[in-house]
Design a protein around this ligand. Structure first.
Ligand code: MTE
Length: 309
């Protein structure tokens, strides 16, 4: 069709019809609860550019993605975030970028969004607990945000922190981990084009339960590395402490690359279960680096990935 560019494609063009209908029913209000923070019937489309990432992957439905969550600040059951995360105030929002950068300071999300291009990235998500999904994220490369702040040559790692709001987050009154939730990446991992800051999914603003208004997504690592509702990013020289690694280093390594050959001490990581496949769905083999080894394998050349799990 004349004048029809790839970026003009809408989700209805590429999403399996059943998912699309399911999503439209949700938008019509039958699933208002599932949509959490997406308020009102007229939700602005983010107009994200289509990309080739995820071609061939079939995304989970919006209902699956927004009702089966891990966000311990709002409770530890999979349904807790959908029930409680609407309490999180996400506007205004800013990210403090500090440490080894040329321009430290508070970066307003609105300003950040003026200088980046939002893209749709359909990625696999593999939780360390053995469930998986495919999510059509909307976001931009973390490298673009780091470039705004100007990374200094001595920086080796990037540390991230989630908001800590005891008044809005019922889960943080339980000392499950040492709040706020913290994560970290090596600088080259952070700069990799696959690593994004996501502000939405299914071309709509990020539901609170999925980490509104802005979260990290690192698709080749276990899901807990993809920290939600980020308020602070620090460029540092030493490997930063991270929430689950502090909790139990043998269970949750700093790298946490998806690896079927490195079992969790309490369970095998050889297989996973796709959310939405039903109770009796066949387990699927876990993919090394969650299927992204061609893209990111070279970051770990020469490293023992069992030791550096
Ligand atoms: N970020 C924060 N702040 N708190 C959390 O509990 N859970 C992590 C990660 N990010 C978590 C978090 C885990 S274990 C996973 S699997 C993913 O978020 C889940 O993301 P989703 O709910 O959008 O699927």
């Amino acid at each position: 069709m004349a004048g029809r560019y790839k970026s003009d494609l809408k989700w209805s063009d590429v999403t399996p019809k059943a998912d699309w209908i399911n999503r439209r029913q949700l938008m019509a209000g039958s699933g208002a609860l599932a949509l959490g923070s997406i308020a009102g019937p007229a939700v602005a489309s983010l107009g994200a550019q289509k990309t080739d990432w995820g071609a061939g992957l079939e995304p989970n439905s919006v209902e699956e993605i927004t009702t089966y969550n891990n966000y311990y600040e709002f409770g530890t059951d999979k349904g807790d975030p959908a029930m409680h995360a609407h309490a999180l105030t996400t506007e205004p929002w800013s990210i403090e970028i500090d440490g080894l950068v040329d321009q430290p300071g508070s970066y307003g999300l609105e300003d950040i969004l003026k200088s980046v291009t939002l893209e749709e990235r359909i990625y696999r998500l593999r939780c360390v607990e053995r469930w998986s999904m495919v999510v059509p994220w909307v976001g931009f490369e973390l490298a673009d945000l780091l470039a705004m702040a100007g990374v200094q040559p001595s920086a080796q790692y990037v540390a991230f922190e989630t908001a800590l709001r005891p008044d809005e987050m019922p889960g943080v009154s339980y000392p499950i981990i040492d709040w706020p939730y913290k994560e970290g990446l090596r600088l080259d991992e952070a700069m990799h084009p696959l690593t994004i800051m996501a502000t939405g999914l299914y071309d709509e603003p990020m539901p609170n339960q999925n980490g509104a208004p802005i979260r990290l997504v690192v698709p080749w690592k276990y899901g807990y590395k993809s920290i939600k509702s980020v308020v602070r990013i620090s460029l540092v020289e030493e490997q930063p402490p991270t929430a689950w690694n502090n909790y139990s280093a043998n269970e949750y390594g700093f790298y946490s690359n998806v690896n079927p050959d490195r079992d969790h001490p309490r369970w095998s990581q050889k297989y996973e279960r796709r959310v939405g496949g039903g109770l009796f769905a066949k387990q699927e083999p876990t993919l090394f680096m969650n299927g992204y080894a061609d893209e990111v394998g070279s970051l770990y050349a020469g490293m023992d990935l069992i030791e550096n799990h």
